[in-house]
Each structure stands twice: as structure tokens, then as C-alpha cells.
Design a protein around this ligand. Structure first.
Ligand SMILES: Nc1ncnc2c1ncn2[C@@H]1O[C@H](COP(=O)(O)OP(=O)(O)OP(=O)(O)O)[C@@H](O)[C@H]1O
Length: 241
């Protein structure tokens, strides 16, 4: 079942007109070189900035949905872990809800193992601890579409795996996850991968097919040799005819 349908999404000079359909239960990785357009696409889908086009989640046009409804349809986790407000972690999580629901907040505190940290000012937590609090805020409203910008950055190995399990559980429950990633070692945990460069989706494949392709190596300017990635050397101009 198509739960996300985006048409003609565009940001002047940054994102070419883009169409995207995502099915319920899909776990989609968004990869691409620096400046390729991952954040621009996520922000356009989240309707955070002036992007043209239409985004519908579960048949509802996001631009027409009241704010409370929007939070049930989608949430956006920004790449920045900076939070300058001196408010408690628990209250940051609460910002993801439009009505008080202590039981749900406690579920998130428990899922992200925040018990000891929940009442501390969030600006006094470590970067990885804050990443957990911000992810909890993105998930607390149980939205159908999770738009996550580099959710695995700043996490230790246990938390990378724990976050992946949380995303998999959300997908299994019929939600959709679209996550921008730089660390390609976790790509095989995703069901689908989009490669974006020059503000355009260049490939839309299974992770295995995408990584094995010549186009992937061209765009990232790397190549695989003996099981390791290496920088692709530019062609020697003296060898050209
Ligand atoms: N607010 C802005 N105004 C103008 N141009 C911007 C703005 N934000 C980003 N850009 C440009 O848009 C392009 C895409 O940026 P974007 O942040 O979407 O890339 P990205 O794939 O998320 O990159 P990274 O991997 O470095 O985080 C880049 O060329 C960038 O310089």
C-alpha cells in the first residue's frame, strides 16, 4: 500500500522536481555525496521550507493538514544535535506530542534507556545522549512517516544497532522510515536505497544492487577492491588518446 506519495517536489537551485512513492513497511536509506540533496529532500518532504509540489501521507495532503494531524502523519529528525534550551530531556520528548500523554513519554524514556537522564537539562547531555532524546521526540507521536536526517551519527555501536531495531520495528508495524546515512556499513539493514546527487534521485534500488553498480562508484568517486573501499583515482590525462 502506497503511504507516501510526493509529486513535483522542488527547491529552487537545490532539488530538481522529484516524485517519490513509499509503501507501508518500507525502510528506505537515502545516501549520496556531501551537498547531494539528502537534507533538502527530507526538508521538502517535511514541508519545513518553501518547497513546491505536493506531499500526501496516507492520502492526506500535508499542506492541508492542521498541525496536530501533521504530527500524526510525519515527523522530522534534523541532523543537528544542538539543543540550546535548558529544559529537561523528558520535556523535549513531550514537544513531539500535541496533548499530554505521560504513559507514552515513559515508553520512550524506557525504549531509549533515558531513565537516569530524563530529568537532566538536555543541553547538559552528551551528543549521543541528546541524539537518543531527539529520536525519542521524533517517535513519540507514532507518526506514519519518519524522516530522519543522519539518525545514526554520534551513536556508539550498541546504539546504532538499537536504533536500527527500533526502525525495523516501526516498519514492521506498517510505518515508513526514510533515513539519510553516510555510514554505508549499515545499508544492508534497509529494504530500499535512494542515491541522490546534484539535487536529483539518481538511483532507486535494493542496497545490494545499488552498491554493486558502476554508477554508485562514479557518483561517490570510490571503488571497491579486496573488500575495502578506496578513492577512485582520476584518469591519467597522459593515458588519453
Ligand atoms: N539554505 C540553503 N540555501 C541555499 N543553498 C543551500 C541551503 N542549504 C543547502 N544548500 C545547498 O543545497 C545543496 C544540497 O544540500 P543538502 O544539505 O541538501 O545536501 P546533503 O546531501 O544533505 O549534504 P551533506 O551530506 O553534506 O549533509 C548543496 O549544494 C548546498 O550547498
Amino acid at each position: 500500500m502506497t503511504l507516501l506519495s510526493a509529486r513535483d517536489l522542488a527547491i529552487h537551485n537545490r532539488l530538481h522536481p522529484t516524485a517519490l512513492d513509499v509503501q507501508a513497511g518500507e525502510l528506505v536509506a537515502l545516501i549520496g555525496p556531501n551537498g547531494g540533496g539528502k537534507t533538502s529532500l527530507l526538508r521538502a518532504l517535511a514541508r519545513i521550507e518553501g518547497a513546491s509540489g505536493v506531499v500526501a501521507v496516507d492520502g492526506e495532503d500535508i499542506d492541508e493538514a492542521p498541525m496536530a494531524r501533521r504530527r500524526q502523519l510525519l515527523s522530522f529528525l534534523p541532523a543537528s544535535r544542538d539543543v540550546t534550551w535548558p529544559i529537561s530531556a523528558r520535556d523535549v520528548i513531550r514537544l513531539g506530542l500535541d496533548r499530554d500523554d505521560e504513559k507514552r513519554i515513559e515508553e520512550m524514556v524506557s525504549l531509549f534507556e533515558l531513565g537516569r537522564l530524563a530529568d537532566r537539562p538536555v543541553n547538559q547531555l552528551s551528543t549521543g545522549e541528546r541524539a537518543r532524546v531527539l529520536a525519542a521526540r521524533a517517535l513519540v507521536g507514532n507518526p506514519k512517516l519518519l524522516l530522519l536526517d543522519e539518525p545514526l551519527s554520534n551513536l556508539d555501536p550498541y546504539w546504532v544497532l538499537h536504533f536500527l531495531e527500533i526502525f525495523e520495528a516501526a516498519a514492521e508495524a506498517g510505518h515508513m522510515v526514510l533515513a539519510a546515512l553516510h555510514d554505508l556499513s549499515q545499508l544492508d539493514r534497509f529494504s530500499r536505497a535512494l542515491l541522490i546527487a546534484d539535487g536529483r534521485i539518481q538511483m532507486d534500488e535494493t542496497p545490494a544492487k545499488l552498491v554493486a553498480s558502476e554508477r554508485f562508484e562514479e557518483i561517490f568517486r570510490i571503488s571497491s577492491a579486496n573488500g575495502r573501499w578506496a578513492i577512485r583515482k582520476p584518469a591519467d590525462p597522459r593515458s588519453l588518446p
